[in-house]
Design a protein around this ligand. Structure first.
Ligand code: ADP
Length: 671
């Protein structure tokens, strides 16, 4: 209260001084001290009730009044604020500027307004808008300034936030625009705006390209903006796109279409969407080439998968195969349709399980199947075995079952196939039986050979011997006819003897237990030559032998081979010339490895090449027995011997020109 009184007193002194000056003619007359005091007092009372902050200063620039609003705001007393005390509450960054504005305007008695931060009672600086107006009495005496302040902090921060938001939004938009632009540029996407060109009746005849970013992608350096669609895209008037653009403008309904662009030999596919904008259409095209490609790839993969599935299904059916996958942990068993069929059921007729699978197996095979399963699980290798399966109608069929354990996540899956091999098993059983039969036959043949060699030859020899003796001793008592008959008996029995010997020799070349030995073929041919000496001399034949190699052969058999071939070369000689037999050898290579070719070439009567294969069969003869005696077994023996050496024999001949027999045998023989 005292303070207020002091302030009032000071103020009154000031007013008195003002009035004194007025009285001296410096201000308008008529204002009395009482008037001023009353006016001041009323103003201050009103000011205290005002919801704004008000201050008053005198002509000396010093403030002498702050209303309740101000004091409540700053939380300070009138005394603290008086004079220049208020300046303590102004933000240091704003004070200098505020004082400069205040002083300069004061000098010129001008209104001013300024914003500054003023400390509130809680210590927070808040933005204040302060407006100062010079005051005069009714007689025009300058009495100082009155100022009104408003807290504009919230407005300022709000507008600051607003500005920040605007800035952020702008950034976002800029980023989106850049993103859009980058999409448009990089992927060959495009955006364009076409303005309708109408004829005087208002009908749309064409479009002008108002904007397009397609320039660089599609047209390189040529710019299409400003030109008409008819000039740049004449195709749209043929493919229905122009009508779509017109319709979009007329109805306002968006639409879309697809088109392709050929660039650098590649076709790019686009999907365009049209949207109306005033009297234009905006066409946004998206490059969908990659999508189409991957879509096509996917379709292609699906197609391949479907084909593979159907191939698999067909092959399962054709090959009598079924497949299965057994999950060990869950005991789930998945079986292919054909597996059901193989065991006599309809596809997926029942829900399979491991136990059920075992129940189909023949009881005698179940333990083996379980053992095989454990082995597959432990070794993780494919295990295969054949089991008997009892089908729905009780038939026993043989199935070859294979299975392999694989890991799928935490689970162990046994994946495999089973094949109905009943036919194979039956065939191999039959083969086994046939083998046994064959062995029995061979044994019979062997015993026949024995019989033939000993028992048959014995009476034959007797027939020949007694016939010859009868001929020697009794022939002069015989008639011509009887002599002729006896001669024939002797010749026939001699032939029969030869035949038996040849047959024995032929059956003697069968079998597998022959010993191969590295043999000098020259010595074999020398032996043969000496064996045939009589014949050679008799026919005046020449046998020429090139140096022959050392080869792994069965010596006895090779001897017989060479004897038969050289013997034939001399036997089938031409009556016109002395027989010449040449023996040559070369080493050649074929896909099985190195082979030695031994050729026996003669200058005899030759034969028709057509019979090349026939002459190697048993009892096949090309020449009558009266011209050339023989049994038709010799070359069959040769063929067998060569086969025993893992080789083959061929013959070349021309009637009257001689023959050549070629023996091919590997230089290394797997024993
Ligand atoms: P064989 O000589 O006892 O009749 P082979 O089996 O040795 O029986 O010969 C079969 C047939 O092949 C002979 O009958 C003959 O017609 C023909 N042949 C064999 N070797 C020759 C050859 N060097 N020249 C012409 N023909 C031959």
């Amino acid at each position: 209260m005292n303070l207020e009184t002091d302030a009032l007193r000071k103020r009154i002194e000031l007013l008195e001084a003002t009035l004194d000056r007025a009285r001296l003619g410096q201000t308008g007359a008529g204002d009395t001290l009482a008037d001023l005091q009353e006016m001041e007092g009323r103003f201050q009372a009103i000011a205290d009730t005002a919801p704004v902050m008000i201050w008053l200063s005198g002509p000396d620039k010093l403030c002498y009044f702050f209303n309740k609003g101000w004091l409540d705001f700053t939380g300070r007393s009138m005394e603290q604020e008086m004079g220049n005390g208020w300046a303590e509450g102004v933000h240091p960054d704003d004070l200098e500027r505020c004082l400069a504005i205040y002083t300069s305007h004061f000098e010129e008695r001008k209104e001013f307004s300024m914003d500054y931060r003023l400390r509130r009672h809680d210590g927070e600086y808040r933005w204040i808008s302060d407006r100062g107006v010079p005051r005069y009495t009714s007689t025009g005496v300058f009495t100082g300034y009155v100022g009104g302040c408003m807290d504009i902090h919230d407005q300022i921060t709000f507008s600051e936030q607003l500005e920040k938001k605007v800035e952020e939004r702008t950034q976002q938009l800029r980023r989106s625009e850049q993103f859009l632009q980058s999409i448009l540029n990089t992927a060959g996407n495009s955006i364009a705006s076409y303005e309708a060109i109408r004829n005087p009746d208002g009908k749309i005849m064409d479009f002008r390209i108002a904007y397009s970013n397609e320039d660089t992608f599609t047209y390189g350096t040529t710019h299409i903006t400003g030109r008409t669609c008819r000039e740049v895209f004449p195709g749209i008037f043929r493919n229905g796109v122009f009508e779509k653009l017109v319709k979009c403008i007329e109805t306002g309904r968006p639409d879309n279409y697809q088109f392709d662009v050929r660039k650098d030999g590649e076709v790019h596919w686009f999907e365009a969407s049209i949207e109306k904008l005033e009297d234009s259409v905006t066409v946004t095209a998206r490059n969908i080439s990659e999508e189409l490609k991957s879509d096509l790839r996917l379709k292609d993969l699906n197609r391949q998968l479907a084909i593979q599935n159907s191939i698999f299904k067909h092959s399962e059916e054709n090959a009598s195969i079924g497949s299965y996958a057994w999950n060990v942990a869950t005991n789930e068993l998945e079986c292919s349709d054909n597996l059901y069929r193989l065991i006599g059921y309809l596809p997926q007729e029942f829900t399979p399980s491991f136990e059920q699978f075992l129940s189909f197996l023949h009881p005698d095979d179940r333990h083996q199947a379980i053992r095989d399963g454990i082995r597959a699980y432990e070794t993780k290798v494919v295990v295969q075995n054949t089991y008997r399966v009892i089908t729905k109608n009780g038939d026993i069929r043989h199935f070859r079952l294979s299975g392999n354990f694989i890991k799928e996540g935490d689970n162990h899956l046994m994946i495999g196939a089973l094949q109905d091999v009943t036919k194979d098993v039956e065939l191999s059983d039959a083969l086994h039986k046939k083998n046994l039969e064959l062995r029995r036959n061979n044994e019979e043949l062997a015993s026949f050979s024995y019989v033939a060699s000993h028992d048959l030859q014995e009476p034959l020899r007797k027939i020949r011997a007694f016939s010859s003796r009868i001929m020697e001793k009794e022939s002069e008592h015989f008639s011509e006819n009887t002599r002729d008959y006896f001669g024939r008996i002797i010749a026939a029995s001699a032939r029969m003897q030869k035949l038996i010997e040849a047959l024995l020799s032929y059956s003697g070349t069968s079998g597998v237990n022959f010993k191969f030995a590295e043999t000098d073929l020259n010595s074999i041919v020398d032996e043969v030559k000496s064996d045939l000496e009589e014949l050679i001399l008799e026919k005046g034949a020449v046998v020429e032998v090139q140096k022959l190699p050392v080869l792994p052969v069965i010596p006895v058999q090779f001897h017989q081979l060479m004897q038969n071939l050289i013997g034939n070369g001399i036997k089938y000689s031409s009556p016109d010339r002395k027989p010449l037999v040449q023996i040559t050898s070369t080493v050649t290579e074929n896909e099985q490895g190195p082979f030695c070719r031994i050729s026996v070439i003669d200058n005899g009567i030759g034969f028709d090449q057509r019979y090349e294969n026939r002459i190697f069969d048993l009892f096949q003869r090309l020449h009558g027995k009266n011209e050339y005696e023989g049994t038709g077994i010799g070359l069959a023996i040769c063929k067998k011997i060569v086969q025993n050496h893992h080789g083959y024999i061929t013959a070349e001949g021309a009637p009257g020109m001689g023959s050549a027999f070629h023996v091919f045998i590997p230089t290394r023989i797997a024993q």
